[in-house]
Every structure is written in C-alpha cells, then in structure tokens.
Design a protein around this ligand. Structure first.
Ligand SMILES: *Cc1c(COP(=O)(O)O)cnc(C)c1O
Length: 392
C-alpha cells in the first residue's frame, strides 16, 4: 500500500507494541483520526469565523469553549493553542527576556527551552540536578543567588520541566516556584510529559504558565500544544497588537503578536479537541499505567546486570535504563553487534527502540493494555535467555 509521491503507508502502531518514549502519549484516538479526515483542508476551522476574528472566538466547531475548558482543566485562567510546546516557550521567553537577561532552566531541560532563550537573546543558566537526577528548591535558590552576583540582576524567567525527558523523574515544581516567586521570577511549568498523562493543577503548583504538548502527551496531531497563563500574566504574553501601517493606517484589533494572530487552523486543533474528552479521562488512570510499567521493570531488573537509572518508585511511564552490564555484553560478540536487540524486539512485535542501542536507552509503556505489558516483559526476558544472559 502506498500513499503516492513515494510515501509508504506507515504501520508502526498497527503492527507492533511501540515503546518509543516520545510517541506513546501522542498516538491519536479514533475520534482524532476522524477529525483529521474531516478537517484536513487548510483554514478549515475558519468556515464560521465571525467578528472579532480570532481563532479562540470561533464557536462552530466549539473552539472557544475548548479554550475555556483547557484553561479550567489545567486550573489556569486563560489558554491558547500553539504549534508545539516549543512555541509556547518561545512566546513566553520573547515576552520576558531581553538581550543579556539571565533565564533559568535546569541541567535536565529540553533543548527547545534553550532555543527559545537564545532567540530572545537571553542567557541560559542551568540549575544543576543532584546526584539522583532530581532538581530541588535548594538548588534553585543557590543558583538564583549565584546569578544575582554574576549578572547584578535576578533571572527574568524560570523554566521547570515537571517530568524531565531524560529520566522521566518528577521534580519539585511547587518548591522551586515558591523560591522563584520570592524574587518575582515568573515560572513556566513545562508539562510536555505531563499535560494529558497525569492531572496537572497549574495554580496549586505555583505556575504562572503551563505548557503542554499535543503531539507528545495529548493524543493530538503535530504540531500542537497548549500555553495557559494566570490572569496576572495573561495580559503580558497574550497582549494584543499595537502596530499601525504607515500608508494605510491599518490596525489589527485583538490579534496577539506572540501568537502571530491565529495558531492551529485545521487538523491539529480539531484533532486535539476530539481527543480531549479521552485525555481528560485517561489522566485519572495513571496508576494503571504505572502498574503496567512495573511489570516491565520487574522483568528487566531480573536480567542480571541491568540497572534502571530513573527514580524509584516510578511516577511516570518514561524510564531510562542501563543495559551495559547485560544486553551490551551480548552485543560485543553478536554478529549483528548492537543491532541484535532492536532487531529481536522487532521480530517479536516491539517497535520504538533506537536501532543499535544496548547501553543507555529509554522506553515508555504508556497506553498499553495489561496483556501487552505482560507480553513485553516476557519478550525482554526471552531475548536475554536466548542470548545466554542470567535471569535472577
Ligand atoms: C518533547 C518535549 C518538548 C518539545 O515538545 P514539542 O511539543 O514537540 O515542542 C519540550 N520539553 C520537553 C521536556 C519535552 O519532552
């Protein structure tokens, strides 16, 4: 089967259990797939756009209502949809950071935060994680004091990833935000791995901004995401345009420059909306997801020489593992070298592990059934046994 233009049909999640860390939470729901087909045309959400002309005012389909629901669900005051979490970071960084301003993030921060700071002309200042790969409020306080000495000013913004992309560890957002607020530093909560996976209460965590990723964690098409703000900060990042054309004298009303007017205009937004009821429900069942992850962890840890580098007990289904003492010892003498692992996983119907990785790698069990988790656990053990590794 071909899509034309040299494009093969993609059949990954149809044919395999996909444990790719970045793909598990973004898989579309059946409702999102229907929405994608119905709203594939460009500007398709604009059929019923009336004055004042802005995406978040459209009532058919119920886009205005969706914006209100999103903000309420995150316990924030207003929300906008954005083309990916990174565009949310960009809007906020551009609002607060000017050339030479120090901006805080962490030693586990995602690269898109660095790029957002770079584009605004700011300086990236990393709060170091501790030896257990956790970022603490004490470390944030120490870093702020260091920055004040070095730059003669407090940082203008703080990015904190609630769950980081490297270890899937949970960091003390509430404690860190409390410290930041003592210096009047606005706090951007990066929920790329949490919004749509676990319940997120922005205000109780002390967030001025909550950013989520539609295609990573909200079962939405790419590029999509959400940027929510408190009432206090919304007027800053969602300020309206003030520019005038010098010949025509034109002005552009309520369009928001950080959003470039309107953002998601078809598939992305309507796909996100169609998945939203499912996403609201699924965050209540993270305990089941963690049980499934636990089944897989237990099996992996039974393979002698295997270590899990993420914190325990696990609070998220993204896990970093070190198999240098197990699967990598097989790779040393296997005729396929390091490719044996991904290749044997693929043969057994498991996709999403980087080909050749046998030392430190990540996987995500999110969205599996209990049967799939049990099967995946067996697959890891049987590959280990077939290759002569000891099982505890
Ligand atoms: C994936 C990821 C991002 C980027 O998300 P996009 O929606 O693709 O822009 C940002 N931060 C973290 C922690 C991530 O894991």
């Amino acid at each position: 089967m071909r899509c034309g233009a040299g494009i093969d049909a993609r059949m990954v999640d149809e044919l395999a259990i996909n444990i790719d860390p970045i793909q598990a939470g973004g898989r579309l729901t059946a409702d999102a797939m229907k929405a994608v087909i119905a709203y594939g045309d460009g500007y398709s959400v604009c059929d019923n756009c009336r004055k004042p002309n802005r995406l978040d005012y459209i009532t058919k389909p119920p886009i205005a209502e969706f914006h209100k629901d999103l903000a309420a669900w995150l316990n924030m005051d207003s929300a906008r949809v954005v083309p990916g979490a990174r565009r949310g970071f960009q809007a906020v960084a551009h609002t607060y950071a000017k050339k030479g301003d120090p901006v805080l993030l962490t030693s586990l921060a995602h690269y898109t935060e660095f790029l957002a700071i770079e584009e605004a002309g700011g300086i990236a200042c990393e709060i170091p994680a501790n030896d257990r790969y956790i970022v603490t409020a004490d470390a944030a306080a120490t870093k702020i004091e260091e920055i004040k000495k070095q730059y003669n000013q407090a940082p203008v913004l703080l990015f904190i990833d609630h769950v980081d992309y490297q270890y899937g560890n949970v960091h003390d957002v509430r404690g860190i935000a409390k410290v930041a607020h003592q210096y009047d530093i606005p706090v951007l909560y990066n929920g790329a791995y949490t919004v749509g996976i676990i319940p997120v209460d922005g205000k109780s965590l002390g967030a001025d901004f909550v950013v989520g990723s539609g295609h990573k964690s909200m079962a939405a098409p790419a590029p999509s995401g959400v940027l929510a703000a408190t009432a206090e900060r919304a007027g800053e990042v969602f300020r309206t345009t003030a520019i005038t054309g010098d010949v025509t004298g034109r002005m552009f009303g309520i369009k928001e420059p950080e959003m470039m007017g309107c953002t998601l205009m078809g598939v992305t937004l309507v796909g996100m909306m169609a998945s939203f009821p499912h996403v609201k429900e699924r965050v209540k069942h993270i305990d089941r997801e963690l049980e499934n992850a636990g089944i897989v962890h237990e099996a992996l840890l039974s393979i002698q020489g295997t270590k899990i580098l993420s914190e325990f007990p696990r609070k998220h289904t993204l896990t970093r593992i070190d198999t240098t003492g197990s699967f990598d010892t097989v790779a040393q003498s296997h005729k396929k070298r390091g490719f044996f692992l991904s290749s044997e996983l693929n043969e057994k119907g498991v996709a999403g592990i980087i080909p050749g990785a046998t030392r430190v790698w990540k996987f995500n069990t999110y969205g599996m059934t209990r049967e799939q988790a049990t099967y995946l656990a067996q697959v890891f053990v049987s590959i280990a046994q077939d290759n002569g590794l000891a099982i505890a």
